[in-house]
Design a protein around this ligand. Sequence first.
Ligand SMILES: *Cc1c(COP(=O)(O)O)cnc(C)c1O
Length: 460
Amino acid sequence: MKYISTRGQVAPVNFTQAIMMGLATDGGLLLPEQIPHIDTTTLHSWKNLNFQELAANIITPYIDTEISSLELKTLIQSSYTKFTHPEITPLIQTGDLKILELFHGPTAAFKDIALQFLGNLFELLLKRSGQHLNILGATSGDTGSAAIYGVRGKENINIFILHPLGRVSPMQERQMTTVLDPNVYNIAIRGTFDDAQKIVKTIFNDLEFKQRYHLGAINSINWARVLAQIVYYFYAWIKFSNGNPDKFVNFAVPTGNFGDIFAGYIAKRMGLPISKLILATNQNDILTRFVHSGVYQIETVRPSISPSMDIQVASNFERYLYYLVGEEPKQVHNLLQELDNTQRLQITKAQHVQVNQEFAAVAVTEKATLEQMKATYEQTGYILDPHTAVGVKAAQAYSDTICLATAHPAKFNTAVQQALGRAASIPQNLQGLLKKETRCVTLDADIGVIKNYLYSKLEP
Ligand SMILES: *Cc1c(COP(=O)(O)O)cnc(C)c1O
């Protein structure tokens, strides 16, 4: 399988190159040249597979022969050993709700599903090439810990994660700083998340530094993250339909950077019987406004009780745009230029009709989110985390819908307490964090200071 850039300025690359490249060198995002199609007979024949077997079948056509089928199976097996549920992503029914629990990984958020896989994939590809990778990233909470758990203890990878000092939740901070493996470097900066992100971006823009130190990113633009997330859409559909290709389903997806729901979009294009993808946003509703109006207009971020969805520019949205404009990189380029110049882009009427065939969208207020948490708890005893609650609320008007549960409620107990008057009990993998030893340096939010720190760790 070859991979191409949404901006069309990169000669097609193979799977390995696409994964190591992360962001395409022309600033675009990488996509497979064709999306494999799964016919209904094949789909039906998969109905008794477990999660790992299904993953191997779905991922194989995207890799061709670059990774042998045995290597891939081993890689998938080891990626899901740290999950605490035997089904990895169980579909559960509580009252009228169908919930796909994606939070049984080591950091109790859905990002583990992709980042455990990506960590192992990096390790395999680096061993082959004899190279070394230094991952650098900024986090406001969930991504940092999931990334750290994805690569901790791996020989040919170091990871440097910047977080804003005192501005991530105590649980999130501990999840990162209690990882003591020698290849993990936590940096608390005296500043905001935006400061941290700016520093990381500036360092990535220093191409000489980036190349000399084999700097890599682990954010949601890596194709392997989308790829790993396609699997649970298939898994959930099989549990829902028992493999009957006439049974269509909707998915409600709590959305921030458009990574999770884009994986659902690819699953739909592969032939999975999905009627609608229900895009659920919190008060940061740029994507909902886009689905309703055909206009993508950037506003300022307003912090919410579902912080992992507090974004304005959704990094995976460009991938969807590429398909929407008929796979024409020139048009993607023009639309993005419009966005750059005016903070706004607008699609055509015909394209807008298409968007509404594929997606429904609902923005959910803070108040409605808390009310949904309370209502679900009172009706069924089930505790939703605030991100999942946004999706459940958005799904209200639709039948035959599976709601994706993206985080364990105990990670967001302040909101749970506020909504229910009680906290969620802490799952085993998050227990005892407050008593564990930590390691973290605190540095000024200054590009020179951060670079010096990196130099000191990167040069023996
Ligand atoms: C990252 C995250 C989301 C948003 O997912 P995207 O792929 O960015 O749309 C939703 N909920 C939780 C808990 C998350 O960590």
